[in-house]
Design a protein around this ligand. Structure first.
Ligand code: ZN
Length: 468
């Protein structure tokens, strides 16, 4: 399929210029004034063309619990989340579809789904998400969320052994076997579906699990993903577990490299930051989730000054509680102004969109394939309608997009050269049917109470030095 976008506004190093953009097959074939080519003509006048963003960390099935988990820190929030995780693959399919739609309509063309697996139906869970992402046409990176230790292992002991450690039902080899089988069945990067290795984090994973993931990553050329030091409790746990920081430990066991992306990174030391820079690792900034769970403010300005690549994620919809990528980019950009008096370190809107697009692709080891508006790159592109009320009056298009509260501004989207959004509507998914299905598969449940939180809470409060 061939498209010619006529008179699109595109950013240049000094401002903006009006250009035609020719998409041929999956790629951007030409960019220039008044191109003499044929193809489906798209009137892009008064529209801003940007490379698509990467929603670089989310958990699609958390959509079923958005807006309901009380104001808890991660460790207690997680206990409630797990207790009510969806256990049927139809729900997994619907929430993956919902995540794709919300990402596409807020500037994203790629999603990294750190996918929670239904116990005993792991491959069927992955199959359901793959089906949704293929249908939607979004570029998907699916990291089956794995661990080989039970939830209670994720809370520091604080020197006491009061918390009972139950065994995890699968062995490390069994967990790795599931990932490898998933890679064989579903890993098709040339079709827009990439599998990743994605141990949940140091808090619930053994060294053998991390090492096994490194092997799979090398064997199949897979991006690596994990949560890292999201909370202060995890920082304490790393010291208890390893006697050093989690970052030092991950470097020692070989997990960090230039296609490793790490979600959160709130509690890192200056020495840790240096290690991330040296290894070429990427930080995925999830500002909404960090605020919602009280995890802290990730030192993003320090990362940027140290040369660490940073991208943006929404994180799962139960800790956000949305999948609006433009919202995450806005908060994730201005949040840090309160952490550094020197305004010259603050992020500009142009830097933010670069982080969201190219930074996201780089974190997946794919910055040569997509994430930039240049000839030869994959056509993962978003056209924003600059005549929408939330982008008026006319000042600086990218400033309005990042700092404003843009609503319904995504006009058209292409992923790998295929158009998936037209006139502000996702064309690959029956969104009205999706709405009906999400409604029918859920019910109002405001009085939900978690038994698991009750079991964990006294211990958590003691370890964290909170009054009983
Ligand atoms: Zn997460």
């Amino acid at each position: 399929m061939s498209y010619v976008l006529r008179n699109a506004l595109i950013p240049t190093s000094t401002g903006y210029e009006t250009r035609d953009v020719h998409i041929e097959g999956e790629q951007i074939a030409e960019i220039g004034p008044s191109l003499a080519v044929t193809g489906t003509e798209v009137d892009a006048r008064d529209k801003l063309l940007l490379p698509g963003f990467v929603n670089a960390h989310t958990h699609s099935s958390e959509m079923w619990q958005r807006g309901i988990i009380p104001p808890y820190p991660l460790e207690l929030w997680l206990a409630q989340l797990q207790e009510y995780s969806p256990l049927d693959t139809e729900k997994v399919y619907l929430s993956a579809l919902g995540t794709a739609v919300e990402t596409l309509l807020t500037g994203g063309t790629s999603v990294v789904d750190h996918l929670v697996l239904i116990p005993g139906q792991e491959l069927a869970t992955i199959a359901a998400a793959v089906r949704a992402y293929r249908e939607s046409g979004i570029r998907a990176f699916i990291g089956p969320l794995i661990q080989d230790q039970a939830l209670s292992a994720g809370v520091p002991s604080g020197g006491s052994a009061t918390l009972q450690q139950e065994a995890y039902p699968l062995t490390t080899a069994e967990v790795l076997g599931i990932v490898e089988e998933a890679v064989r069945q579903f890993h098709r990067p040339e079709e827009g579906i990439t599998l990743m290795v994605a141990p949940t984090g140091i808090q619930l994973c053994s060294d053998d699990l991390f090492r096994g993931c490194v092997e799979l990553s090398q064997k199949y050329n897979l991006p690596r993903h994990s949560h890292l030091l999201e909370t202060r409790a995890q920082q304490m746990l790393a010291q208890e577990k390893y006697g050093c920081s989690a970052v030092e430990h991950l470097q020692r066991i070989g997990y960090l490299d230039n296609k490793t992306s790490l979600a959160h990174c709130v509690w890192l030391t200056d020495a840790d930051i240096e290690i991330l820079a040296q290894t070429g690792s990427t930080v995925v900034h999830n500002p909404l989730s960090n605020l919602r769970l009280g995890s802290g403010i990730a030192p993003i300005l320090k990362y940027r000054r140290a040369g660490v690549n940073v991208s943006f994620g929404c994180d799962g919809a139960a800790s956000n509680d949305s999948q609006d990528l433009l919202e995450a980019i806005k908060i994730g950009s201005i949040l840090h102004n309160v952490t550094d008096l020197d305004y010259r370190h603050w992020m500009t809107p142009r830097e933010s969109v670069e982080m969201a697009a190219r930074g996201g692709a780089k974190g997946l080891g794919m910055a040569e394939q997509f994430g930039s508006l240049a000839v030869g790159m994959q056509a993962d592109l978003v056209l924003y309608d600059l005549t929408q009320l939330s982008l008026l009056p006319r000042t600086d298009p990218i400033g309005l997009l990042v700092w404003g509260r843009p609503t319904q501004v995504v006009d058209r989207v292409w992923v790998r050269g295929r158009q998936v959004v037209a006139a502000g509507t996702v064309t690959t998914v029956d969104v009205n049917k999706l709405r009906r299905d999400l409604f029918a598969h859920s019910h109002w449940d405001p009085l939900r109470k978690s038994k698991q939180v009750k079991q964990l809470e006294a211990h958590y409060r003691r370890v964290m030095g909170l009054p009983e």
